[in-house]
Ligand binder design. Structure first.
Ligand code: 2P0
Length: 349
């Protein structure tokens, strides 16, 4: 059946790092200078849905439609993912001549986020994770999520962590070929199911300095960065894994906030300096400190990625304290208003 269309669909979640990836030791393979750890957000709230199809009846090059628009996939990173997946399928076909030769057919990929692209949330992690898994499913590859993370990592470093739900570590590895630089599951979401996150969208604008170039500038110029990767992060990783294992929110929160501060301090120590947080971001930090001081214990933790938006982690039981006080603290900032209803717990200033 020459015109048969083979198809597979999958979803991948957005992840927000609590110990941040920042720095590459190999830019081509996306090998990091430090391990990192993230919390995956619920797929009800934030995820990418991707369908991959292949058919002998398709002609021309591989194509990707992203949120309804044709997307360029000629870049080296996307091509690396497609090449790796095709090579694995070709190996299966070589071993079993009954298999249709999907590796030789053009691919059509359709991908959609269930959150506004303009929300200023990192979507490349969920995007590359969903792309890799959809094609792996289409090709019926036997690889585990950790094995697939090796491929997604080459699309975007943080994407390797979106192959799993829950609490996920990306182990930096040591090898030059990157085969030991992969994601693994620290704990299922169900291990600590009352964890919650709210996202404060400070700006939906595209960031001024991309992560890829920003981290390379940091590696090249920051003195503090060396301390971060050799001393700070290894300790943060140990403490973070321990806090998750013990469901110790106070420890989880302190490490999360300290690591965010360390990452942004390292950005500021880059020459010329990189500033991702703005005055509203800093107000959000003060709001979290105010909430924790008022509660008399640590009930909320802030973290910021390569942009001004704030993610606050808290436990379900503390939702009234955290949410109520957060709005109260922020409402002192002029001009803030609640954001769109399309992403839960998203509030726009
Ligand atoms: C993280 N970030 O761990 C950190 C925190 C931004 C700040 O991973 O060049 O888009 O594609 O490997 O994965 C952003 O970096 O960079 C990132 P590439 P990526 O989530």
């Amino acid at each position: 059946m020459a015109d048969k269309v083979y198809r597979a669909s999958t979803t991948a979640p957005v992840n927000i790092a609590v110990v941040k990836y920042w720095g590459k030791r190999d830019a081509k393979l996306n090998l990091p200078t430090n391990s990192s750890l993230s919390v995956t957000l619920s797929q009800d709230d934030l995820r990418t849905l991707t369908t991959a199809s292949a058919s002998a009846s398709y002609s021309g090059d591989d194509t990707l439609i992203l949120n309804g628009e044709v997307s360029d996939i000629s870049g080296a990173r996307t091509q690396a993912c497609l090449r790796e997946l095709r090579a694995r399928r070709a190996a299966l076909e070589a071993a079993n001549s009954d298999l249709p030769k999907l590796s030789t057919y053009p691919l059509k990929i359709v991908s959609e986020n269930n959150f506004p692209t303009a929300a200023g949330l990192a979507s490349s992690a969920a995007g590359f994770a969903a792309l890799v898994r959809a094609i792996a499913d289409l090709y019926e590859l036997p690889e585990s999520p950790s094995d697939l993370s090796l491929i997604a990592r080459q699309g975007s470093g943080s994407a390797c962590r979106s192959l799993f739900g829950g609490y996920v570590a990306w182990r930096m590895g040591e090898q030059a070929d990157g085969l030991d630089s992969r994601a693994d599951l620290v704990a299922e979401a169900s291990h600590w199911p009352d964890m919650r996150a709210l996202i404060l969208v400070v700006s939906a604008a595209k960031k001024g300095v991309s992560s890829s170039s920003g981290m390379q500038q940091t590696v090249a110029t920051s003195g503090m960065f060396k301390e971060r990767i050799t001393t700070v992060v290894p300790k943060m990783m140990d403490l973070m894994e321990e806090s998750i294992k013990n469901k110790d929110f106070e420890q989880f929160a302190e490490v999360t906030m300290r690591d965010s501060n360390s990452f942004h301090a390292t950005c500021a120590d880059t020459y010329p300096p990189i500033f991702y947080m703005n005055d509203v971001s800093k107000t959000a930090i003060r709001a979290v400190e105010y909430i924790n001081a008022k509660a008399g214990r640590t009930v909320a933790a802030y973290t910021f990625d390569a942009g001004p938006n704030c993610v606050v982690y808290y436990l379900e039981k503390d939702a009234p304290t955290v949410l109520g006080t957060f709005y109260q603290a922020l409402s002192s900032v002029s001009g803030w208003k609640e954001g769109t209803a399309s992403v839960k717990s998203e509030f726009q200033l």
